[in-house]
Design a protein around this ligand. Sequence first.
Ligand code: ZN
Length: 166
Amino acid sequence: MVNFMLKIKGELENLTNLQPEGGCDDPNFTFYFKFKCGNCGELSPKETTVTLSETVPLPTGRGTAHLTQRCKFCGRDGSLMMIPGRGRPLTLADCELHRFAPLMVFECRGFEPVGFSFRGGWKAEALSGTKFNDIDLSDGEFAEYDEKGQCPVGISNLQGDFVVFK
Ligand code: ZN
């Protein structure tokens, strides 16, 4: 079993506290990524998704996981459990220091998650206090105008990495 920390970074313009709408442990936020088989190294052709509030029974019949996946190439089974409580929002200070913010821990058996994909369901706050909800980062960026702060706000150069975490 290997733990992977998903870390995110990006450039925030007049924004801070980028995170899923319900916080870093948002039960309904969907993570999109691919997985790489730990046995044969095959990368899944399609993205898979996990959500904290949704679990499935393990093939062994004992216990549950957030994802069970069988490698289409070698047939090896893998599973993944999410471990909440380790994430924090990505702040403007992180961006100024080119620093990643931890978002979620994934305990994986049999495969490793790769290629995190940003989609919808994010929120952030402008420095003026204006809140931006339902941010869709599918295009890899976000741009708006903050009426209260009278300045443009934006998100760009997003990067999400899964890093082995002990
Ligand atoms: Zn395989």
